[in-house]
Design a protein around this ligand. Structure first.
Ligand SMILES: Cc1cc2nc3c(=O)[nH]c(=O)nc-3n(C[C@H](O)[C@H](O)[C@H](O)COP(=O)(O)OP(=O)(O)OC[C@H]3O[C@@H](n4cnc5c(N)ncnc54)[C@H](O)[C@@H]3O)c2cc1C
Length: 452
């Protein structure tokens, strides 16, 4: 069977890897100049680092299994988590329950309510009970307005900005449940975060190498221009430049609006599917990355809770792994999820640094421009789908409305928050689904249903 996979992020790489394993003829095309999509990397001080900060949780078992499978297991490090909150000019460590009890920005009663609510959530494994509920309303009812405004509200704002109030309780459950459930030793155990020595770019490279070793064509810098469909079946793809690549199976891992653009006849094929693709709203992910000649703070992951702060998290990579990996430089990401209309969509690195500088000084009042040895700005317009209250009703099925055509992108990760683990799981599952469908057609001579 001949298959085309569109997109060389981890979902596309995992799908192509699975198909190659099954002995099929595969062609994988990535439009960007490098592999990896949202996990793409660059260099600082001779060390490789992700353009967008990345770590793993203990619950990320699919990616860990793949890392082992590709013989990178010995380089997967588990490091004690070092997270905190910034409020009113102070950095508060937030590593364990005792830190919560010391968080004097809220009353002792609110601290107790926050702790009890986290304990409660980690015991509830059935997320369906939260379907259709707003996280903001649920949290406020359990921890009060103060706890929401000072602690969990900022965490929601950090990801969803103006849409924070409308975020589904299922998303919030996933954040708490999956993080605590993965701690060995329960709530009082220290959280550990995973990192691949040398960056997750090594996993991306290993996947590309395995795909090519299996005989597949794998090219980056080559965009698919359209998906070719005739008689209700996918026939292949046409690349920018006009080359036609015939295929019985096409798996697209691109964001939903791009998928719709690759298949202009979609509204005629299935108006409902087309509507579902159109209904997703994404926040842009933006990060300003600074290399510094000294540390900024002592915390890896610092959530900014002040309302006026233009970035929502400061991620100091070198409080996670040592600065020696980046030629002795200290690396900090300043992250902001933004609406498509946000000025940052048009701004350059200097403009963003100018805007962020006074707020960086709130983290460390001694900070000066002279500390900065390198600066970069990265943006991804499909950074985070907005998981609103009725989100589950809007998720498009993997089987797209032409036999042999599949979609596997971050909008379909649910109820978990999007992450490499789930993109890999989805890529592999959708490849297996495509193979099972093809096998059914071969055996019975009847086409698979277009929708599950
Ligand atoms: C700021 C940020 C922080 C994150 N932090 C973490 C973390 O700590 N841990 C974690 O596990 N995950 C994290 N993630 C999530 C993780 O990176 C994603 O879940 C995962 O990388 C998504 O992979 P994907 O293949 O589904 O999509 P993508 O990576 O978006 O891949 C899609 C690919 O399709 C390509 N493409 C688009 N159009 C075409 C076309 N016409 N032809 C060919 N190719 C095309 C794109 O160039 C892109 O490379 C983070 C993401 C962001 C944005």
């Amino acid at each position: 069977m001949r298959a085309v996979v569109i997109g060389g992020g981890v979902a596309g790489l995992a799908a192509a890897y699975e198909l190659v394993h099954g002995g099929h003829e595969v062609a994988l095309f990535e439009a960007g100049p490098v592999w990896g999509g949202q996990v793409r990397t660059f260099e600082i001080g001779g060390g490789r680092i992700e353009s967008f900060y990345h770590h793993l949780f203990r619950s990320d078992t699919e990616i860990v299994a793949l890392i082992e499978e590709l013989r990178l297991g010995p380089d997967l490090e588990w490091i004690d988590s070092n997270v905190g909150m910034h409020a009113d000019g102070r950095n508060y460590p937030f590593v364990g329950p005792l830190d919560l009890l010391r968080f004097d920005r809220v009353s002792p009663l609110t601290r107790l309510r926050l702790g009890l609510t986290a304990l409660w959530l980690r015991r509830v494994s059935d997320w369906r009970r939260y379907e259709g509920q707003r996280a903001s309303a649920w949290i406020t009812s359990r921890v009060g307005r103060e706890g929401y405004r000072r602690v969990w509200g900022p965490l929601l704002r950090a990801k969803f900005g103006a849409y924070a109030e409308d975020v589904s309780m299922v998303w919030f459950w996933g954040k708490i449940y999956l993080r605590f459930a993965s701690r060995e030793g329960g709530l009082f155990a220290k959280e550990q975060l995973g990192y691949l020595r040398g960056s997750f770019g090594r996993l991306v490279d290993a996947l590309v190498a395995a795909i090519r070793a299996g005989g597949a064509e794998a090219e980056h810098g080559v965009a698919v221009e359209r998906i070719d469909v005739a008689g209700g079946r996918v026939r292949g793809v046409t690349l920018a430049g006009g080359r036609v690549v015939p295929a019985e199976v096409v798996i697209a891992t691109v964001p939903s609006p791009l998928f719709a653009r690759l298949l202009p006849e979609l509204p005629e094929l299935d108006a409902r599917y087309s509507e579902l693709l159109g209904s997703v709203r994404y926040q842009w992910a933006t990060v300003l990355v600074l290399a510094l000649d000294r540390p900024l703070s002592g915390i890896y992951w610092l959530t900014m809770t002040d309302d006026d702060c233009p970035f929502v998290v400061a991620v100091e990579q070198t409080n996670f792994v040592p600065p020696e990996r980046y030629g002795g430089q200290h690396v900090v990401y300043f992250s902001r999820y933004a609406d498509p209309g946000d000025p940052i969509a048009e701004q350059d690195v200097e403009e963003v640094l100018d805007e962020y500088e006074p707020f960086i000084r709130r983290i460390n009042p001694a900070f000066e421009r002279g500390w900065v040895t390198g600066r970069w700005l990265f943006k991804d317009r499909a950074g985070q789908p907005i998981v609103h209250m009725r989100y589950h009703e809007t998720i498009p099925p993997h089987r797209a409305p032409a036999a042999g055509l599949y979609l596997a992108n971050t909008t379909q990760i649910y109820p978990e928050d999007r992450g490499q683990n789930y993109s890999i799981r989805m890529g592999r599952r959708v490849a297996r689904l495509a193979l099972a469908d093809a096998e059914r057609v071969r055996r019975r001579g009847s086409p698979a249903p277009t929708l599950p």
